[in-house]
Design a protein around this ligand. Structure first.
Ligand code: ZN
Length: 578
């Protein structure tokens, strides 16, 4: 076939099918005698149809992810070639580009032997697939896209087919006959196992999933059942302890999970330990929900109980629930250190989605490096009161026995906070507060030690920064509570001082639970998971309370009376402002 040298000579193709793939297109050699690519020209608005078609390839069903992206603005180039891009996206088969499999130099994870120790903790989907293509939205003609297919075969570097039913190395004995299990089903099955869902329910969902690709048959079901059972065994026997020494263990984990680590600094004389974790899925969620939206921080989690505290970055998903999109484990919150990992995180997002931008950053700690956050994110900083409120409330309940007094203390603290906007002298109100409740010695001790020295700083942050909505605060609190429930259940007391354990918990159970929540909601499956997920924040539960059950009381409308939804003879008094 002749080599074509200008875009104008490439035929425009617009296949009539709803979805189409490379095989439905005629490919043209584009370039010159020394260097040319296989290309096809399609309308830009058909790019999604092409990608969906490529994903449902029968021989190698897969997903394509954006490995790199670049953008230009219209008018930014004075001179350009006819194939210059306005938008450039490199799509890579999600079984690559890294190879975590046998011969990949990273980890023998492909062939499981259940009777051996030290096998991979979980099946890896990174198999070094080299299949990739580029989609260029043309600068000269933005309504057209040029697809440049660099490698159409799903093969690894050695040239072998590396996934799908033709892959000779698929998991387990008899695997050649096993219908291909795509990423999504594998993730779904793993998530369900990590969440402790009974095996028969997992199997049912697993079979439902693979039947979408290959119809039903007794052999398929029996192999699927073996697969689920084996995966369950592998996960059950997998351990966070990859080495007896925690530090060595973490290094092994990092080697095995390169794609999920966006920043790592090992402990040395000059530098403190920092580990930034973000899975591919979390990256996608951060790009999707964080762009032109608010990103929030849950800082200093586990300061007292964990070896290193945990810092979480969260976005608000389509239901305004907080979704963790990156975890940072470190003790250092100095400016240079924070700026190192924050920059790495933002660069990562922008390498996939150039122009990715946050419109607000929500902090929960008045001691945060606000200037730094502003500089790096170039956006306003907001403040959320949930952490203060929660700490006060928990200690009031714990340290004062009389319910009337508990209520009174909480009201008074609420008023002190509220008054900062009314220009009323906070220190006078505080003095009076300390006098009035002087007999509540346990609470006062806590308050004086924990809050008095820094109360001025907190109040001034509240005064000077816009406050986050109740909805956002409720969502952050829900994340915090979930994290606590997952990490601090009593069965792991001995492990809290190990970083490898924390990493394992986050990337398996917690990650799975958020993955499944989102999947249930978006695919409208797993109805019970979906309902629980929707109702998981106080804001959503509050929306269920009918208006007639709420009455405003108190002359300032600072408090509202709410009739309990569980027992209508009970009423609760709640703050209506903060
Ligand atoms: Zn592939």
């Amino acid at each position: 076939m002749a080599i074509v040298e200008s875009v104008g000579k490439i035929p425009l193709q617009d296949p009539p099918e709803e979805e189409f793939c490379a095989a439905d297109l005629t490919w043209t050699k584009f370039g010159n005698a020394e260097h040319h690519d296989e290309v096809a020209l399609i309308p830009y608005d058909r790019v999604d149809a092409f990608i969906i078609g490529e994903c449902t390839n029968v021989e190698c069903p897969t997903r394509f992810h954006i490995e790199r992206g670049r953008k230009r603005t219209i008018g930014s180039l004075k001179e350009y070639k006819d194939d210059e891009y306005l938008e450039y996206r490199l799509y890579w088969c999600s079984f690559g580009p890294e190879n975590y499999g046998e011969g990949g130099g990273i980890l023998p994870s492909r062939r499981y032997r259940l009777n051996t120790r030290n096998r991979a903790a979980r099946p890896q989907s990174m198999r070094g697939c080299t299949c990739h293509f580029v989609v260029k939205r043309l600068y000269a003609q933005p309504s057209l896209a040029l697809i440049v297919y660099n490698e159409r075969r799903h093969i690894n570097k050695s040239g072998f087919i590396c996934h799908g039913p033709l892959d000779r190395d698929a998991i387990g004995p008899g695997a050649k006959k096993i219908p291909y299990i795509c990423n999504e089903i594998q993730q779904q099955t793993m998530s369900m196992i990590y969440l402790g869902i009974p095996e028969e329910n997992i199997l049912e969902k697993h079979i439902e999933g693979i039947q979408r690709y290959c119809g039903s048959d007794a052999k398929v079901s029996s192999l699927a059942s073996q697969y689920v059972h084996k995966l369950g065994m592998i996960i059950k026997r997998s351990t966070h302890e990859l080495d007896l020494d925690d530090q060595a263990s973490i290094r092994i984990w990092i080697e095995r999970n390169r794609k999920s680590v966006f920043f790592h600094q090992d402990t040395s004389e000059s530098d403190p330990f920092i580990l930034g974790i973000q899975t591919e899925w979390q990256l996608q969620q951060m790009i999707r929900f964080g762009h032109r939206s608010v990103v929030a921080a849950d800082s200093t989690f586990g300061v007292k109980r964990l070896k290193y505290p945990l810092f979480t970055l969260l976005v608000f998903d389509s239901r305004q629930h907080a979704l963790p999109v990156a975890w940072v484990i470190t003790r250092s919150f100095t400016k240079p250190d924070v700026s190192k990992w924050l920059k790495a995180l933002i660069d990562r997002a922008r390498s996939v989605e150039p122009g990715w931008k946050v419109s607000g950053f929500l902090i929960d700690d008045a001691a945060a490096e606000i200037d730094l956050l502003r500089d790096i994110f170039c956006c306003p900083v907001l403040f959320s009161l949930w952490r203060v409120r929660r700490s006060w409330l928990r200690n009031i309940v714990k340290k004062c026995s009389n319910i009337e007094i508990q209520r009174e203390i909480f009201k008074r603290l609420g008023r002190i906070v509220y008054n900062i906007w009314g220009g009323i002298n906070a220190s006078l109100a505080l003095e009076q507060f300390l006098l009035d409740f002087v007999d509540q010695t346990a609470f006062m001790e806590y308050f004086k030690v924990m809050w008095l020295p820094k109360l001025e700083m907190w109040l001034s942050t509240m005064r000077n920064f816009p406050l986050a909505s109740q909805e956002a605060s409720g969502a952050l609190e829900a994340y915090h509570v979930k994290l606590k429930a997952k990490l601090f259940d009593d069965s792991h007391l001995g492990a809290l001082q190990r970083v490898d354990w924390l990493v394992h918990k986050l990337t398996t159970e917690l990650h799975s639970s958020y993955w499944l929540d989102r999947y249930a909601d978006e695919s409208d499956s797993f109805q019970n998971v979906k309902e629980k997920y929707i109702a998981s924040t106080s804001w959503h539960r509050a929306l269920q309370i009918p208006d007639y059950a709420v009455s405003l009381d108190d002359k300032d409308h600072l408090f509202a009376k709410v009739v309990s939804q569980k027992d209508s003879s009970l009423t609760h008094s709640v703050e209506s402002r903060i």
